[in-house]
Design a protein around this ligand. Structure first.
Ligand SMILES: Nc1ncnc2c1ncn2[C@@H]1O[C@H](COP(=O)(O)OP(=O)(O)O)[C@@H](O)[C@H]1O
Ligand SMILES: [Mg+2]
Length: 257
């Protein structure tokens, strides 16, 4: 292993996130290793998207810090910020592509902005990204001409535009049928295995969680912290508390039943 890879690719230390006076995450700490598929779980409103926004520098933590490859992010100087930003690809929960642009134009957008490549070189790079997600025939189509699963794939191709080391996906399988969702999981696993990309994925889909089989953390709105972490099968078989048990066994919480 490259010695540089021994440190975690993401390190979160005592991170507190607030909106105004309302605390959403309270002093949470965890690390993500190079090449890992890392899964963030938890009920609606517990702060999963907020955590993702902190990790990608879109929400400033009230306290604590995020380190990417050992560098504080977002730090204080713009050059470091932009360099780290280039290592990150994101698919937001809303996931939307620009409706008036073709799939090729959507995927090319970041290349247009951040690279000096010629149009031919960029279009060749876009074709390669689309092939990675199985959309090689969709370059000239508009988002409205694609199925829900294909739009998600195109959004992943767009996240890959600048060859990121880390890709963040916020609820990628939301709204997809189980077969399409399984296809998306297979694509994520292939990208992780073949390109060594680190994935940080917010998801509720139990089937996906077991398939992706990455290390999980589970957030809890009540304590505003991490209430469990580990491999999904271990959390299912040895749940540390009722909330984790109910989630992995898809049962109502005992207090509500
Ligand atoms: N921009 C915002 N302003 C104020 N409160 C917000 C904002 N975004 C999210 N929240 C609140 O923060 C909490 C966590 O939201 P979010 O991170 O979106 O949760 P999740 O993604 O787990 O559903 C929720 O109570 C939500 O209402
Ligand atoms: Mg969310």
């Amino acid at each position: 292993m490259n010695p540089a890879n021994r440190q975690p690719i993401i390190s979160v230390r005592e991170l507190t996130a607030k909106y105004g006076e309302c605390t959403v995450l309270d002093k949470i700490s965890f690390e993500v290793n190079h090449g890992e598929i890392f899964i963030i779980l938890g009920g609606s409103g517990c702060g999963k998207s907020t955590l993702m926004k902190c990790l990608i520098g879109l929400h400033q933590p009230a306290n604590g810090a995020v380190f990417i490859d050992g560098e504080r992010f977002p730090g204080t100087d713009e050059e470091t910020y932009n360099r780290i930003l280039r290592k990150i690809g994101v698919m937001y929960q809303s996931g939307a592509l620009f409706g008036s642009m073709t799939i090729q134009e959507n995927v090319r957008l970041a290349m247009d902005e951040f690279t000096p490549l010629t149009m031919d070189a960029k279009n060749a790079a876009v074709a390669a990204k689309l092939a990675l997600v199985g959309l090689q025939d969709a370059a000239g189509k508009l988002p409205s001409e694609l199925s829900g699963g294909m739009v998600k794939r195109a959004a992943i191709a767009r996240a890959l535009a600048l060859d990121p080391a880390i890709v963040f996906l916020d609820e990628p399988s939301a709204g997809l049928d189980p077969i399409t969702s399984a296809g998306l999981d297979a694509t994520i696993i292939k990208l992780s295995r073949d390109l060594g990309i680190t994935f940080v994925i917010v998801t509720h889909e139990l089937a996906s969680i077991y398939t992706l089989a990455g290390r999980c953390i589970m957030l809890d709105a009540r304590t505003k912290g991490i209430i469990a972490s580990g491999q999904p099968a271990d959390l299912r078989d040895h749940p540390p508390n009722d909330l984790v048990k109910s989630f992995f066994h898809r049962q109502p919480l005992p207090t509500y039943s």
